[in-house]
Design a protein around this ligand. Structure first.
Ligand code: PLP
Length: 398
């Protein structure tokens, strides 16, 4: 099916809830995707931070197909050795005690919020349910996670939103201190605000949050949906700040392309969920666990994480050479930047036409390439990007 037919079918049959690029993809290898019309694209987006091992990775394909041939899904009424192995690997590689498996980033944050509220309810009773969140955050699209999201643009149409969220400016330690009152059960933050424009938090702020959490017995929670699983050059983004959260949500890259997410808990709240208090049909289904085992086994290796940091340094140093590029930010292979005189959305559209898939976040251009991207693919992508930016800057200068 060619692009025109594919697009026509979407227009007719798929709800119009997404703004899409004029790109229809059929296959891929590594960080290179191929469109339905045979055109190739360097992928600096990896399905919004999902395809950590790139497209059609041999080990991942083997793990998933072998599991598919054995048993794709069983319910959580039964035990699965693959889920047990995945849970053990996830806990051992991250230093957390227990995991609850689910299916998407939003769901992992729903789980995290439920866990924080129940932890507090079990210990202190009703009324201690407020979650302190950050302005400019993003936590998902369910009503609960939209309510936890600190951007007014998301608080529309779907009224009523949930109560029990309080927002403070990122990096404002005084505001945070004032916000953590007796009705608070958790502080929730992203190590790098991804959708908010790729802004890492400041160390002093995170340290303050950790200190307050400990003092007041509120749970320190990190949403690692976008910045977790090796993206920042550490297994988790919070590692940059030298703190240990009580609860972490992760998703996106966890199973390298299959829908899987997890809530990880430390010792303090590992027994909070009891039978019947939280559940989801597909959570930790064997086929996703087999995929996640492959991802985690490889991504958690120190030399793999080191390679992520090296690639990130290389990309940053090359970006700095491009005219007009400024405010390069982020951690590891989660990179945002601005370009003087260039509209990021327009740049991303033109890049797509020229064979480069790149993301935006607010006014920034955003890169979340597969963690296995090669130097050759990076160079190819950056060359396309340079052409696009030069063209747009030249046309605005006229
Ligand atoms: N949390 C963060 C930090 C995210 O970046 C996202 C998605 O971009 C989500 C939560 C929601 O994840 P999902 O789209 O898988 O529900």
């Amino acid at each position: 099916m060619d692009f025109t037919q594919t697009k026509a079918d979407y227009d007719q049959y798929v709800m119009h809830s997404y703004g899409r690029f004029d790109v229809a993809l059929a296959s891929g290898k590594g960080a290179t995707a191929t469109g339905v019309d045979g055109k190739t694209y360097i992928d600096f987006g990896s399905g919004i931070g999902v395809n950590a091992l790139g497209y059609a990775d041999e080990g991942w394909v083997k793990a998933v197909s072998e599991q598919a041939a054995k048993l794709a899904h069983i319910s959580n009424l039964y035990y699965s050795p693959v889920q047990a192995q995945c849970a053990k690997l996830l806990c051992e590689s991250s230093g957390f005690s227990r995991v609850f498996f689910c299916n998407s980033g939003a769901e992992s944050n729903e789980g995290l919020i439920k866990l924080a509220r129940k932890y507090s309810f079990d210990k202190y009773g009703k009324g201690r349910h407020t979650v302190v969140c950050l302005k400019n955050s993003f936590h998902g699209r369910t009503v609960m996670t939209l309510s936890a999201t600190g951007q007014d643009v998301f608080h529309n149409y779907f009224f009523p939103f949930n109560e029990g969220f309080r927002f403070v400016e990122a990096n404002d330690t005084a505001a945070l201190e004032a916000a953590v009152t007796d009705d608070v059960c958790a502080i929730l933050m992203e190590a790098v605000q991804g959708e908010g424009g790729v802004y890492p938090l400041e160390k002093a702020f995170v340290e303050k949050a950790a200190q307050l959490a400990k003092q007041k017995d509120v749970l320190l929670c990190f949403d690692e949906v976008q910045c977790g699983i090796g993206r920042t050059g550490h297994l988790f983004g919070f590692e940059y700040f030298g703190v240990k959260p009580d609860v972490v949500s992760c998703a996106k890259a966890l199973a390298g392309g299959l829908p899987m997410a997890a809530v990880l808990s430390g010792e303090k709240c590992k027994d909070t969920f009891t039978p019947g208090t939280h559940a989801t049909t597909f959570g930790g289904t064997p086929i996703c666990c087999a995929a996640a085992i492959e991802v985690l086994t490889r991504v958690s290796k120190p030399e793999f994480l080191q390679s992520v940091r090296e690639k990130a340094d290389y990309i940053r140093s090359e970006l700095e050479k491009l005219p007009g590029v400024h405010s390069i930010r982020g951690l590891g292979l989660m990179i945002g930047f601005e370009v003087t005189g260039v509209d990021s959305k327009q740049a991303a559209v033109l890049a797509g036409e020229q064979g480069l898939l790149i993301l935006t976040a607010k006014t920034a251009l955003r890169m979340l390439p597969p963690l296995v991207i090669t130097k050759e693919e990076i160079d190819k992508g950056l060359a396309i990007l340079a052409g696009v930016l030069n063209h747009l800057r030249a046309s605005t200068a006229q």
